[in-house]
Design a binder for this molecule. Structure first.
Ligand code: SAH
Length: 453
């Protein structure tokens, strides 16, 4: 079938825009071409790789006129690795771009052109910010490799350094990779479902410096376990926790069901504001600790608590937002689908002597209607759903009972805009949207929206 462009065509095009996942967009007689690594404002030579009905993909051959915002990516594997998408764009321009992404979906999907979208609250130093690394291990030509996946593939881009993760993670990743071979421990072979070490997961608590290392293995039997523990201790003598997680399945889900303590404690302690949290191997915890305080601070500001409010924290994880809000509210009710996270939340409430936070495990769309049916009433609803946004049934419940204020924390502006539109149809008015940087160098952006009825 013929399109405006054909496979392998070479064209010179002007890049108008950037997609939410960091590809440049050029139009050929109105037909969009998506070009990874090209930036808005650039004139580029491209080669068409995949023409399709409504749009095509092309690869960048040469930049003829570069954007003034183009910079040399500091990471040596940036062009291959799928971890970051925007290292070739100056950090200031990344923030401008992310605000524009949010503005666009608010206009197009939310139909909210009048709602202010503030400049992104960015980072002072947008490097080495991640407190968690999940590093796949494998083998290639008889060598152990470890790093991150190429975009949309399961090909590991082998590296010893990742400049958005901690230095400890770099050292553990490279030392273990080089030592495994010596110890005769095979890394996992995804295709044949053989080998031992699948993933190395490292978590560091920024406030306390506590460090957890999790070795995800294919079998429970772990030959040379002591030697591996010694290697880890030689790299990070202060390590707080070493865990083994067993994942026997042929799957790309990282963790399996069983987690075994190998050394130290089964959790690390971190603080956000003045609240302490115990974090275990599998709990959800925001990955950018410096910006988590900014994010939660914004959520707290929009909640405008005086001490008399009863608040819901829906999708509460281990209760981080709930406990952060509890001191300023009368009561907080947290709900979360993972029972283990709710156990963590309850323990964290105790740890901080907070006695006005209640937690229940279950789907938010089931538990919240139940609370209302039991006669409970809420002033402020905080929601922080996963990327797919709020469940339809939860939105229906909100519109039925109409808590007067909603604070919506979102890691996906498109589903946020969709849900805001539904809430607007039901009578809510979106007051403001504040984007917050949580994922510097990547194309992701977090937002907090404030609604009133
Ligand atoms: N507010 C927390 C966690 C946000 S991540 C924090 O800032 O740390 C989103 C959470 O929603 C995850 O913990 C996930 O397990 C949970 N979740 C996903 N679907 C859910 C549902 N239908 N009901 C309740 N929680 C859900």
């Amino acid at each position: 079938m013929a399109y405006i462009v054909n496979k392998n065509d070479r064209l010179t095009v002007y890049v108008e825009d950037l997609t939410h996942d960091g590809s440049g967009v050029a139009k050929v007689d109105g037909y969009p071409l998506f070009i990874p690594n090209a930036l808005p404002g650039e004139e580029v030579e491209v080669q068409v790789t995949k023409p399709m009905k409504k749009y095509g993909l092309a690869k960048l051959i040469a930049v003829k006129k570069a954007s003034p915002d183009r910079v040399e990516p500091p990471c040596h594997v940036f062009w291959d690795c799928g971890g970051c998408q925007l290292q070739h764009l100056s950090y200031e321009a990344q923030l401008v771009q992310k605000r524009k992404t949010v503005r666009d979906v608010m206009d197009r999907i939310g139909k909210l052109p009048h709602v202010p979208v503030h400049p992104v609250k960015g980072m002072e130093n947008p490097w080495r910010y991640r407190n968690k690394s999940q590093i796949p291990f494998s083998e290639k030509n008889g060598e152990t490799i470890a790093g991150f996946y190429k975009t949309r593939t399961h090909d590991i881009v082998d590296t010893d350094v990742c400049i958005i993760q901690s230095e400890e993670a770099d050292e553990l990743m490279s030392t273990l990779k080089h030592k495994l071979h010596e110890l005769g421990i095979r890394a996992y072979d995804e295709i044949n479902h053989r080998g031992m070490l699948r993933h190395l997961v490292i978590r560091k608590a920024r406030a306390t410096g506590e460090l957890m290392v999790v070795l995800v293995t294919r079998t429970k039997k772990f030959p040379q376990k002591e030697a591996v523990i010694d290697v880890i201790k030689s790299v990070v003598p202060e390590v707080t926790s070493i865990m083994q997680n067993v994942n026997t399945q042929k799957t790309n889900v990282i963790f399996g069901e069983e987690t075994i303590l190998l050394h130290g404690k089964p959790f690390i302690v971190d603080t956000i504001g003045d609240i302490q949290f115990e974090i275990s191997a599998r709990s959800f915890y925001q990955i950018n600790p410096e910006q988590t305080e900014v994010l939660y601070g914004q959520a707290l500001e929009y909640a405008q608590l005086t001490g008399n409010e009863t608040v819901i924290d829906a999708y509460c994880g281990i209760g981080t937002i709930s406990l952060f809000l509890a001191k300023q509210a009368k009561e907080v009710y947290g709900v979360e689908i993972v029972p283990q996270a709710i156990e963590d939340a309850k323990r964290n409430a105790e740890l901080n002597a907070i006695d006005n936070a209640y937690f229940e495990a279950g789907p938010a769309e089931v538990v919240i209607p139940k609370w209302y049916e039991e006669g409970k009433r809420f002033d402020v609803l905080m929601v922080d759903p996963p990327r797919k946004g709020c469940d339809e049934k939860l939105l229906e419940t909100i519109l039925e009972y109409k808590p007067r204020r909603i604070v919506y924390v979102s890691c996906n502006p498109a589903t946020l805009a969709r849900d805001l539109r539904i809430l607007e149809e039901g009578g809510y008015r979106t007051q403001e949207v504040q984007p917050v940087e949580m994922f510097a160098q990547s194309s992701h952006v977090e937002c907090v929206a404030w609604l009133e009825i």
